[in-house]
Design a protein. Structure first.
Length: 458
């Protein structure tokens, strides 16, 4: 009996070892297959560095969302990402955990030293990337490894599609923000939220199309107030409901399964309402977009809008004494306006660059801008309108910057911060390149590290 029992235990142990070996073998085979560089630059590379499995799970969810939108993806651990991958792809998404005091996970700890440090400053000039950092803000170097990756890629000439997204303790709102960018990358905003926001009820008190004669799509100025009796101009316990630079997540109610939509807040609480500037979007078939259609046409005045204010700390205002160079196009003026409306900046010195289609129809918030010029809040304003320009003339906001290169250098040397808000495609990268040409790539990188170069692009 003892012999049989011992034999059974040995058999069970061997069977367990065999299953473990098979699982490990499948993982190795999968990594080997995934590590084969694709010859198609339309493939989106998704690299992850995961210690406990969270980054790997989010990487798989990322691939699933992009695949559902018709995009080809390739999933790979960060240590298996090599120079050939980086030079043969156009878009790279990185999901990276940080554990301990800024340490890299075991499957990502060799990537910077083995791959990126050997590259020259222009080696990855054809690569666009976006980094999602997972971490715990109770540690000193919150998302420190992800930040190292972001800086190292930028140092090799790669272009960040947006600022790094930092996720504190798997914060669901930050992960929804990552999903929003995946929708922008894929061109498909009809994705399913990984988690639904906990919406609050606000009332739509005003809505106006502010560019009725525009050659572009209509843009609407909306104003909302909370329904819970809170008076925005009298914050409870001195805490405002939102800060300049924050974002709202809107829950459209024209379908039972909508994903959320994100919009930059154009006002500050002291103005008495939460203001948005929303461009009305239509699909190729002519139907209104989910979020913009709901806000600009389908929701009635005084009806309930479900929304959630989401903190956007990377785009919050710097200290009041810091001058601002504000650069934006289109409805991106909303995210810039909130900084100018911030009472803390009433005695500041600021410079606005703005671009749109037509001066006659699309000079958004022109009365506010004129008032701020007259009161001295704005020291300089430079605008450009693409449809008004003759052939060969300056057409876009990024084209304005080289004409003011010396003054921009002087403002930055005097401590100014640069804030950019508007189009992810076209404008954001072009502004980044223009600033690098004016200030030098190293200076732009240093400004980003100092949180003096901040972007809210979509």
């Amino acid at each position: 009996m003892r012999y049989l029992a011992a034999s059974a235990l040995v058999f069970i142990y061997l069977l367990f070892c065999w299953f473990c070996w098979q699982k490990h073998r499948r993982q190795l085979q999968q990594q080997q297959v995934l590590a084969v560089p694709s010859s198609d630059d339309a493939v989106i590379l998704i690299a992850y560095a995961s210690q406990t499995g969270n980054a790997a799970r989010i990487a798989r969810q990322t691939a699933q969302q992009l695949n559902a939108s018709g995009k080809n993806t390739q999933l790979i651990t960060l240590n298996n990402l090599n120079t050939e991958h980086l030079t043969r792809t156009r878009q790279l998404l990185i999901i990276a955990s940080t554990y301990g005091e800024g340490e890299a996970p075991d499957n990502g700890n060799r990537f910077i030293a083995r791959t990126l440090e050997s590259l020259n400053p222009t080696a990855l000039s054809s690569l666009e990337y976006l980094v999602l950092g997972l971490g715990d803000s109770s540690y000193l170097h919150f998302c420190g490894f992800a930040q190292q990756l972001h800086n190292a890629l930028h140092h090799c000439g790669a272009h960040a599609m947006a600022d790094m997204i930092s996720v504190d303790k798997l914060d669901e709102s930050a992960l929804r923000h990552w999903q929003y960018y995946l929708g922008q990358i894929s061109g498909n905003s009809y994705f399913s939220d990984w988690s639904k926001p906990a919406y609050e009820e606000w009332r739509l008190i005003a809505r106006e199309c502010i560019n009725p004669a525009s050659p572009g799509a209509p843009a609407y100025h909306l104003q909302l107030q909370p329904t819970n009796g809170v008076v925005l101009t009298q914050p409870q316990s001195g805490a405002a409901l939102w800060c300049a630079g924050d974002i709202v997540e809107i829950g459209p109610r024209n379908s039972s399964d909508l994903p959320h939509r994100e919009y930059s807040i154009a006002s500050v609480p002291s103005e008495g309402s939460l203001d948005l500037l929303v461009r009305q979007v239509r699909a190729p078939g002519g139907e209104l977009g989910l979020g913009s259609g709901w806000l600009t046409a389908q929701a009635e005045l005084n009806s309930i809008i479900h929304l959630r204010v989401r903190s956007n700390p990377h785009f919050h205002s710097p200290p009041a004494q810091v001058p601002l160079i504000l650069i934006g196009n289109g409805t991106g003026i909303a995210g810039l306006r909130s900084h100018l409306a911030n009472p803390a900046r009433a005695t500041g010195k600021h410079w606005l660059f703005f671009g749109e289609r037509s001066h006659f129809a699309d000079d958004f918030f022109s009365a506010d801008i004129q008032h701020w010029l007259e009161t001295g809040l704005l020291s300089r304003v430079n605008k450009v309108f693409s449809r008004d320009a003759a052939s060969g003339e300056t057409r876009y906001v990024q084209d304005l910057l080289p004409y003011h290169d010396e003054a921009i250098r002087e403002w930055v040397a005097a401590g100014a911060a640069i804030y950019v808000c508007g189009s992810l495609q076209g404008m954001a990268q072009a502004v980044d390149e223009a600033l690098a040409a004016i200030l030098g790539a190293a200076q732009v990188e240093l400004l980003a590290d100092q949180q003096r170069y901040c972007r809210d692009v979509y």
